[in-house]
Each structure stands twice: as C-alpha cells, then as structure tokens.
Design a protein around this ligand. Sequence first.
Ligand SMILES: [Zn+2]
Length: 130
Amino acid sequence: MKWLLAVWLWVWGVVSFLPRWLLARWLEWKPRLFRRKARLFRFARVDEFPDSLESSTVYLAGEGEHLWAAAMICPCGCGEIIELNLLKQVRPCWSVKQHPDGLVSLTPSVWCQKGCRSHFFVRHGRIDWC
Ligand SMILES: [Zn+2]
C-alpha cells in the first residue's frame, strides 16, 4: 500500500502546485500585457481637466487651436498627475502635436521634479524613457 500513498502524494503535489504556478505566471504576464496596451498615449480635448484622469491619456485644455495646459497621469505608475503649461508666454512651456490617429507627442521631454523623478518623451503616443 506504500506505492498508493506515494502516488497520492504525487498527485496532491501536482494538484496543489498547479494553481500556484498558474497564478504566478498570470501575475508575471499580466503587467506586461497591461503595460504594452497602456503604453500608447492618446489626447483628449477638454474645457477643464476632469477630477479623475484616465491613464494613457493626455488631456488638453483650451479653445480651438489655442491650448493652454496639458495634464496626464505619470506613466511610471506612481499615480502622480503631471500638469504642463502650453502657453508660449510662460516658461517652462511644452508643445503638443495631435496626430490624426488620436495619438499625441510632447516636446520637450517631461521631467518630474518631485516624487518619482521620471524623465521621458512622449513620441507619437509612445513613452520613451530617458
Ligand atoms: Zn511617476
């Protein structure tokens, strides 16, 4: 009867190990899939910035061609809201390119002076880390 116990222990080992293994693989892959999907930034034209911003969106406040500010959630994942001035008269000042496919570019690079200190470019919706 010893072999039966051995088989039972082996089966139990596999059965109890498998969900943990699948969970580990899932946790490992989920952020990668999520990050790949979240990486492209689109612009959204608004009159005023909403209270809660969506990730992967650069909100552009202004009227018509005249934009005065941009806001986005930091792409590093820290959750910090980054606001950028778009008025040429005020420094520092960024310029925004709104691509016809809905993606967005920002120049120059964005550098968080406080918090996570992320430094990145937004080029055609893609985040290029510096
Ligand atoms: Zn950050």
